[in-house]
Design a protein around this ligand. Structure first.
Ligand SMILES: *Cc1c(COP(=O)(O)O)cnc(C)c1O
Length: 399
């Protein structure tokens, strides 16, 4: 019996749940874009974006999704033929590497598989080998949304420093920004790319590239960026239209203002990180209990290496797809598909799902999703351990 009428819950890892305040802020007539309130609005966003990224450095904004931010970040620091070391811990690490290849970089992919973080020792050994410092940049995904692994960014900076290696450290925080603790300046990140539709709670359409002085220096010899993607004008505009090199994404900016009010001005970054951490542990407690007697397991075994924004789960085929379909049809909850875990034509593709707990998500939403999953496991006769909901509630209760 369908029990899905009511407010649907899209628990896929992006786009995330959009707060009503963000939607309401966007629901208004178009503004004048050559002066006045729009200019002030945009300028008010910049300090708050820096606060989210934990940086005092510059940001360039684009009307783009995450793929656009990927391209912009690379194109402004690399010259054609430059060598980069692309660290991959899931589909998104490979995706960024493919963008670099398409731009004309010489890309060396170091693959750590789908169930583990970057191995810092292997990276250190590769950097030590590169005595001529041919590697211009190391790219890494902070949280790979496909595997839900979280990589140790401070550890990568330490490995670069220990090797005395000048390569730029470039980090994709598209899934993690606003959810998992990230410290751009303290962790020595040179370029950080993100987008607005995940932890920032705004509909897809804004890409961000944050960059420090070292990255700015690399811009001088970079030759991949066409005028549209050049970050110089966007980060240091002389005229308002240069922020977006054309018409500003007016309504996205209203939405972003509301989202940053909620995240930075009202909740605060420390509290937002703590909320995500607690809600992630709530999800993991349920998965552990279900997995005690059945096929379910978290894709990443070590909780210290798991994202607080999304959890990838293995359930065996065809259970993953069956559970997702049951949940959306019967309970009004949509879980994420497994991404890059098996090829689309492969029957094994149906063995995965992901639960997003990023952005505008609270305890009752997570407990509701978990309760619906428990019902789905029962309804579909998928073997599972008992006590998951009690275990999840205990984490929410702080027990
Ligand atoms: C979502 C995501 C992307 C891609 O963003 P799009 O907006 O879909 O282009 C890249 N990297 C990570 C880590 C992501 O989560």
């Amino acid at each position: 019996m369908p029990l899905s009428h009511g407010r649907p819950y899209l628990a896929i890892p992006g786009p995330s749940v959009i707060p009503d305040r963000v939607l309401q802020a966007m629901h208004r007539p178009a503004p004048e874009i050559h002066g006045g309130a729009m200019v002030q609005l945009l300028e008010s966003l910049l300090p708050d974006l820096r606060a989210v990224a934990r940086t005092r450095h510059k940001v360039a904004m684009y009307i783009s999704n995450g793929h656009g931010a990927w391209e912009a970040g690379l194109a402004n620091v690399l010259a054609r033929g430059d060598k980069i070391l692309a660290l991959a811990t899931g589909r998104f690490g490979h995706g960024w590497a493919e963008v670099a290849q398409g731009l004309g970089a010489d890309v060396e992919v170091m693959d750590f598989g789908k169930r583990a973080p970057v191995d810092l020792d292997r990276v250190a050994a590769r950097l030590a080998e590169d005595r001529a410092h041919e590697i211009r940049a190391v790219t890494v995904v902070h949280v790979d949304t496909a595997t839900s692994v979280k990589n140790d960014i401070a550890g990568l900076r330490a490995a670069l420093d220990a090797a005395g290696h000048p390569a730029l450290l470039m980090v994709d925080c598209i899934a993690s920004l606003g959810c998992d603790r990230f410290e751009m300046d303290d962790w020595g990140v040179d370029v950080m790319v993100s987008a607005c539709q995940k932890g920032l709670m705004v509909p897809p359409g804004l890409g961000f590239v944050f960059f420090n002085d070292r990255a700015e220096a690399a811009r001088a010899r970079a030759d991949m960026a066409t005028q549209y993607w050049d970050w110089r004008m966007r980060a240091d505009p002389q005229e308002f239209y240069q922020y977006f090199w054309g018409t500003a994404p007016t309504h996205h900016l209203y939405g972003l203002r509301a989202a940053l009010d909620m995240l930075v001005q009202e909740e605060g970054m420390q509290a937002a990180w703590a909320r995500h951490e607690r809600l992630a542990r709530t999800v993991w407690a349920a998965i552990d209990a279900w997995g005690a007697d059945g096929p379910m397991e978290a894709n990443i075994a070590d909780p210290a290496c798991r994202s607080h924004a999304v959890t990838a789960v293995q359930l065996g085929a065809p259970n993953g797809t069956a559970l997702r379909e049951w949940l959306s049809e019967t309970a009004g909850v949509t879980l994420g598909i497994g991404l890059g875990m098996a090829a689309p034509g492969d029957p094994a593709w149906h063995g995965f799902f992901r639960i997003a707990h990023m952005g505008h998500v609270n305890a009752h939403m997570v407990l509701g999703a978990l309760g619906s999953i428990e019902a789905g496991l029962d309804a579909l006769d998928i073997p599972h351990g008992r006590g998951a909901l009690g275990a999840a509630a205990a984490v929410v209760a702080g027990r």
